[in-house]
Design a protein around this ligand. Structure first.
Ligand code: SF4
Length: 375
């Protein structure tokens, strides 16, 4: 097994066995804090000496969570709550639950009632995140979160520790940007499944360990000879494309994902946290800078222009929207975005993903047809 394959194998395993990763942190005496989507201030958790751990649901069938959520709530939240109710997260020190969409607003109350063993930390971001008042609101919320984390970690969180954590995370962001750019140029070496595994593993590993592995991958990819891949080139957009059935179809059709605009993907790494005298201000400023995300207030739909720019820069032939079933923010965005792409003559395809869906054969037909259109 060559070096690249060895690293990929490790990250593939971690991305598909988060529970084992969690057990390792707990066995090492670490406190672990679950982080639901979106934009939890992970740097504060790391600065407290604890490990942030992403909770983005799982491909399981839901039964218990149906007592708390109606069936038209997205499967990311349904399956996360299901795992919580079944005790899978009982050894977490706390969970952070943001409230950036209507469904997330109900998650907190359901968690408090259904998963009594794991305390909740609310994460409220200002919707008007760019203006001064919004910035001050987010800062005030982060200070509140800091106090809660200090209590749980039984240690004060210093500005210096936050600044060190920001530096570590910015380094990870930089290395991941390098990896994602190089992976887009080498679909013959990095399948979409592997691209997803490298991103997904970042949610279950401490930032420094993940960065070390991905840096090696990026180095190897940047030295690889130019790709002779002939398949269609696309940009993927949405909240997440972490649906194994869809991922398999993309790889079966030899689709090269040359860039992405996924909240769970590139958007996690695209924007560094500015280095500010008060590091909490920097964390809040970063939220104000993020663009291209369906859950962040975007009245001018800059997400559409950003998508068009990504297509042009990466020389993609089209866009595939992977829409999470029952996700209102994504459904609202789709119509204006599709019309912006149409005006530019960029072909696009809409697919629907769901953690409980086991059969994507209709999607396969749609993807195959789209590939034929792209030529
Ligand atoms: S934004 Fe969409 S996918 Fe994300 S939690 Fe809300 S409804 Fe679910």
């Amino acid at each position: 097994m060559n070096k690249m394959e060895k690293i990929l194998d490790e990250l593939r395993f971690i991305s598909t066995h988060p529970k084992q990763q969690l057990e390792q942190y707990l066995a090492a005496g670490k406190k672990v804090v679950g982080c639901l989507p979106y934009y939890c201030p992970e740097e504060l958790v790391a600065a407290a000496g604890m490990v942030p751990f992403g909770l983005w649901g799982a491909e399981i069938q839901v039964s218990e969570a149906k007592r708390y959520f109606p069936s038209f709530i997205c499967s990311i939240l349904q399956t996360t709550l299901e795992l919580g109710i079944k005790g899978e997260f009982d050894r977490l020190t706390a969970v952070m639950i943001p409230i950036l969409c209507d469904s997330l607003k109900g998650m907190e109350a359901n968690w408090r009632y259904g998963v009594k063993k794991v305390p909740v930390i609310n994460v409220a971001h200002a919707q008007n995140r760019k203006m001064q008042a919004g910035l001050e609101f987010t800062v005030s919320q982060y200070r509140k979160i800091k106090k809660q984390l200090e209590k749980l970690a039984e240690t004060p969180i210093t500005d210096r520790a936050i600044a060190v954590a920001i530096k570590t995370y910015n380094e990870q962001r930089g290395v991941m940007r390098r990896f994602l750019a190089a992976a887009g140029k080498h679909p013959e070496l990095i399948s979409f499944a592997d691209r997803n595994a490298v991103v997904k593993s970042s949610y279950f590993m401490d930032a420094a360990s993940h960065t070390a592995k991905v840096r090696e991958l990026a180095d190897l990819l940047e030295q690889a000879p130019e790709s002779k891949h002939q398949g269609p080139k696309v940009v993927i957009s949405g909240i997440t494309a972490d649906y194994s059935g869809l991922i398999k179809i993309f790889d079966d059709c030899q689709i090269a994902v040359v860039d992405d605009q996924l909240t769970q993907g590139s958007l996690r790494f695209r924007f560094d946290v500015p280095l500010t005298a008060d590091p909490i201000v920097g964390l809040a400023e970063q939220i104000g800078q993020i663009e291209g995300c369906p859950v962040l207030f975007d009245p001018g739909k800059q997400r559409g222009q950003m998508l068009i720019d990504l297509v042009k820069q990466s020389e993609a032939q089209g866009v595939i929207f992977v829409q999470t079933k029952f996700c209102d923010p994504e459904e609202f965005d789709y119509v204006p975005l599709k019309s912006m792409l149409d005006k530019e003559g960029i072909p696009s395809l809409l697919l629907e993903g769901d953690k409980q869906t086991t059969n994507y054969e209709q999607a396969r037909t749609a993807v195959e047809t789209f590939c034929e259109i792209l030529g």
